[in-house]
Design a protein around this ligand. Structure first.
Ligand SMILES: *Cc1c(COP(=O)(O)O)cnc(C)c1O
Ligand SMILES: [Zn+2]
Length: 422
């Protein structure tokens, strides 16, 4: 057991793991940061032992808050490939470009790492019912791990949530409720908060303020990257960003490996957000105080539905990570995101949803702006699978030409439609 205690990032109050802390008792919307005993970790975690462990995220169990293997609820998440890009790298003029393919996770996004840890902790604590506010990947992940663990999942989604996502949740057996947006406060977060306060449900959204454990899961992304680069640290990591929890987790993975002496530097942490909602990048540009980030004023407008958080719940830690690593923020348009999806699929064989390809859109922009040196080792996180969002795919992929079965018609259609002469 390597957790020393948990500490609220707003009031500093400390909690022992035995008291099953999830939210700060001061009701200050603080996140209970998990503090590890690095000296003990350094002695216990041996790189030589790794060879015997399966290549999934639980090979780094010492760096996770789950006290024992027996509580682990796993669907084989993590252990995703770090693909060395060739054709895309050449198109961008880069020599060392890597794609961390998180679309390979059990439910199709990196959120599985977060929810695997969260549900394991629910099992350890003995919760029977969990609640989440989300319309997308986090809810799908929680529902899947909930199904595996026998944990009842209550999912509150906005009334405009896409049916594709609701269907996935219903299949996993989640109790899904579409909540009308009648007031300023996010009604899904409100419902989650109410059932947590009134009925003692376990809150398990993908942001640290309501669940401090899940944010530990994405740490294993950077741990895998370091191991896959043969214990080297990349120079820059591009992260599609909404609540800032992913960026925080990935930074914390590098932090932990630094703390136990496995690496000795940090990559620049680069946050990529869409034009229609970029409160964190704006905070970075304006050098805002991390604990007082201004929320986005308007409803988010982007095809990247995983990046729609108008308030970056873990923005404080994400912003500090950007400041600490000399990182930066990039803003991309929906058009640039679609271009990135097409590049990724057609040059590298990876099909990502808009949020999943936004990091690459950010890299393309950063290269054009001279923020990337061609010899640097660059890692782009590809965070969610293309089939997650059939509505967007339908609108942006176009359709195939219809022909009669003849070579004449094939030649004509190939030229007219694809501009390819046979
Ligand atoms: C949730 C999500 C993100 C953003 O993660 P945050 O922790 O909200 O910043 C990026 N990509 C995909 C596919 C997601 O589902
Ligand atoms: Zn507090």
């Amino acid at each position: 057991m390597f957790v020393k205690y948990l500490k609220c990032n707003r009031c500093g109050r400390e909690y022992k793991l035995d008291s099953k802390p999830v939210l700060c008792e001061n009701n200050d919307l603080g996140r209970l940061d998990v503090i590890y005993d690095y000296e003990k970790l350094e002695r216990a975690f041996n790189v030589e032992n790794l060879g015997k462990r399966p290549f999934n995220m639980w090979r780094y169990i010492e760096f996770l808050p789950v006290p024992s293997q027996k509580y682990v609820v796993s669907l084989g998440e993590g252990g995703t490939p770090l693909l060395k890009s060739t054709r895309l790298a050449e198109a961008l003029g880069l020599r060392n470009l890597y794609l961390k393919d998180e679309t390979r996770n059990p439910t199709g996004s990196f959120k599985d790492r977060a929810m695997s840890v969260s549900v394991s902790m629910a099992k350890f604590f003995g919760f029977k019912k969990a609640a989440i506010a989300s319309s997308g990947n986090a809810a799908a992940a929680l529902a899947a791990y909930g199904a595996k663990a026998g944990l009842d999942v209550f999912a509150f989604v906005p009334d405009f949530a896409g049916y594709g996502k609701i269907a996935q949740l219903l299949y996993y057996g989640a109790k899904v409720f579409k909540v009308r947006w009648t007031e300023a406060e996010d009604p899904t977060v409100k419902m989650m908060r109410l059932v947590v306060e009134k009925y003692g449900f376990y809150p398990s959204p993908s942001f640290g303020v309501y669940n401090p454990y899940q944010i530990e899961g994405p740490k294993t992304i950077s741990m895998e990257i370091v191991e896959q680069l043969e214990w080297n640290t990349p120079d820059q990591v591009f992260v599609p960003t909404g609540a800032g929890s992913l960026l925080t987790g990935v930074y914390n993975g590098f932090r932990d490996f630094n703390a136990v002496g496995l690496i000795n530097k940090y990559p620049k942490m680069v946050a990529v957000q869409p034009e229609g909602n970029y409160p964190l990048v704006r905070a970075w540009r304006e050098r805002q105080d991390p604990l007082n980030i201004r929320p986005w004023e308007k409803p988010p407008e982007t095809i990247a539905t995983g990046l729609e958080d108008t308030f970056p719940w873990d923005g404080d830690a994400a912003l500090k990570a950007m400041y600490a690593t000399n990182g930066y923020g990039v803003v991309v348009s929906d058009e640039e995101i679609i271009q990135a999806m097409k590049l990724l699929a057609s040059l590298e064989g990876i099909f990502a949803e808009p949020s999943g390809a936004a990091g690459l859109a950010g890299l393309v922009k950063a290269v054009n702006e001279g923020l990337v040196d061609k010899d640097e080792t660059i890692v782009v996180l590809i965070t969610g699978h293309g089939l997650k969002d059939p509505d967007v795919i339908r609108k942006t992929a176009g359709d195939a030409p219809l022909i009669n079965p003849s070579l004449e018609e094939l030649k004509k259609a190939s030229e007219n439609y694809y501009k390819v002469r046979i």
